[in-house]
Design a protein around this ligand. Structure first.
Ligand code: PLP
Length: 404
């Protein structure tokens, strides 16, 4: 493969992404190389997926061992590591049972089905689910209907009905929108909205929603697909609020690059699905389960929650220092997030930074047009975080001084 291949793009692949003219060849830790030998520091981690970075010395041999034994069997049989990973996720979350699938939207789709059947089981014929402005839950018809972004929905109507949309962090809005509505069965939220621009739910708000769900017998369903699996310095971002959800979809970082999705359910939702209600061919397969088990084991061995918290704090502080003048002037609105999930919101669109950073050897993304998103591997060191700042901040300053 060479540069001309990249310029010619991929004429047989559907045109679903505005791709950069880069093809990555291999990686080591937080660094990746493209097919032309150029190296990049990876502050995107395959969109919050590559928990252990690239070519991890413990993960790779474990996966090689697994591939040599059995990759896929199917859910007609027991997969022993399903029980190992489920037990681990139950311990880490304080919840009770797990359904395995392969992607985030699939985990969310299962959550939505759980909520609807929770309603039907108690005689609610037309269950309704509270969802949020700026939410992102995936690209299936149901999950794009739950998503709070008109761009994601455009062209795919009619949308799935049964959603009530509210703004984040307003318990009054949630109460007003559901006042007297006996069809409500669940509240579905991201603890920190990812695609919507790194928008954290306030701890007090999460506690108040938990309380309201208890009072009204609604399921609290927290989409931790992006903010979960240690990224914020706790296993799950909602744990900072000291609450436990009833349903928790996971994916992205769970398999450190191997597609693994899961829905973790607490006692209120753990027994809703019975044989025949839900299923998947790939979900829970031996390769995926080995990846999940080993990812968590290595995270624990290497103290990656602590690392995410510490290096995240270091990175956010270094960004704030380097960009203090821009924060004061308002050219940068806010630096927010937790652990290694950081958003830098500019007062103007900044998508051009993605290519500019890549040209300078740094992989990032921009979401919601104006928010630089940093979701690197959880193994990132403070030195590497400093390198992110030293490449990114001059480019931000330059973009801000360019006439817009
Ligand atoms: C990425 C994401 C999804 C969708 O996951 P896929 O694996 O792309 O289907 C759902 N919810 C959140 C919060 C996400 O960040």
């Amino acid at each position: 493969m060479n540069a001309s291949f990249i310029e010619a793009a991929s004429p047989h692949v559907m045109n679903t992404y505005g791709r950069l003219p880069i093809a990555l060849s291999h990686g080591q830790g937080c660094r990746v190389w493209d097919v032309n030998g150029k190296s990049y520091l990876d502050a995107l981690g395959g969109i919050a997926v590559n928990t252990l970075g690239h070519n991890h010395p413990k993960l790779v041999p474990a996966l090689q061992d697994q591939i040599g034994k059995i990759i896929h069997s199917c859910n007609y049989y027991h997969v022993p590591n399903q029980e190992v990973l489920a037990k681990k996720l139950v311990e880490l979350s304080g919840m009770s049972n797990v359904f395995f699938c392969s992607t985030g939207l699939e985990a969310n789709e299962a959550a939505l089905k759980l909520a609807r059947k929770f309603g039907h089981d108690k005689g609610i014929e037309r269950p309704e689910i509270v969802v949020y402005e700026k939410a992102f839950h995936g690209r299936s018809i149901a999950t794009l209907s739950a998503t709070g972004n008109p761009k994601v929905q455009a062209g795919f109507g009619p949308l799935v009905e049964g959603f009530i949309r509210v703004p984040i962090n307003s318990i009054e809005s949630l109460q007003a929108a559901t006042e007297g509505n006996t069809n409500v069965v669940a509240v579905f939220l991201e603890a920190i909205q990812g695609e919507g621009g790194i928008n954290p739910m306030h701890m007090d708000y999460l506690k108040a929603v938990r309380q309201l769900c208890d009072e009204r017998d609604w399921l609290l369903m927290i989409d931790e697909v992006q903010c979960g699996m240690g990224r914020t310095g706790k296993w799950f971002a909602h744990q900072w609020a000291g609450i436990v959800p009833d349903v928790m979809p996971l994916a992205k970082g769970l398999g450190s690059g191997v597609p693994v999705g899961a829905v973790v359910a607490g006692p209120k939702a753990a027994a809703i699905f019975q044989p025949g209600n839900h299923g998947t061919t790939f979900g829970g397969n031996p390769l995926a389960m080995r990846a999940g088990v080993e990812t968590i084991r290595i995270m624990e061995e290497e103290g990656l929650l602590e690392n995410a918290a510490q290096v995240g704090k270091h990175l956010a502080a270094a960004l704030a220092l380097a960009l203090s003048a821009e924060l004061t002037s308002g050219a940068i609105k806010e630096i927010r997030g937790m652990g290694l999930m950081i958003g830098v919101e500019l007062a103007k669109p900044c998508s051009a930074l993605v290519q500019q950073c890549a040209d300078n050897g740094l992989l990032i993304s921009v979401t919601a047009d104006t928010v630089i998103r940093l979701v690197p591997p959880l193994i990132m060191s403070a030195t590497e975080a400093d390198e992110v700042v030293s490449i990114l901040c001059p480019l931000i300053k330059q973009l801000l001084t360019d006439a817009s």
